[in-house]
Design a protein around this ligand. Structure first.
Ligand code: NI
Length: 135
């Protein structure tokens, strides 16, 4: 019997969507206002879902305190109030779209979880736009 537990988190971060190997005009055509060279910010909302068997002794799929601590170390401490393009190494050569941010969060968190647990990341860039990645 597998059960999914979820925890919400959020972080504020700045980014710019562009490719270094494209001209400004090409970036402007594809990314529009998101190509602003002075960056812009989002209030990102995150839902982290972990699926696994209920532990017979504890009754937990995962101790929420452990999940909270992994979100803090891998996401909040790494991204909150940061410029993703400039300050977060994963995005030095990776466009920080919501899609790519979700994949980066997934990879960072997956490596910290027991291998028998499944992970799904849902990332809201705005209240209406969100992406989901589960590996
Ligand atoms: Ni944006």
């Amino acid at each position: 019997m597998k059960v999914t537990v979820s925890r919400k988190a959020h972080f504020n971060a700045a980014h710019r969507l562009f490719r270094k190997d494209w001209t400004f005009e090409k970036n402007d055509e594809i990314f529009g206002k998101c190509n602003n060279p002075n960056f812009h910010g989002h209030n990102y909302e995150l839902i982290v879902s972990v699926t696994g068997e209920i532990d017979k002794e504890t009754g937990y799929v995962i101790d929420m305190k452990i999940l909270k601590d992994i979100i803090k170390s891998e996401v909040e401490d790494a991204f909150d109030h940061k410029n993703l393009n400039v300050e977060v190494p994963e995005f030095r050569d990776l466009n920080p779209t919501a899609e790519n941010i979700a994949v980066v969060i997934f990879n960072k968190m997956k490596s910290k979880l027991d291998s028998d647990l499944s992970l799904e990341i849902t990332l809201y860039e705005t209240p209406r736009n969100f992406v989901t990645y589960s590996g």
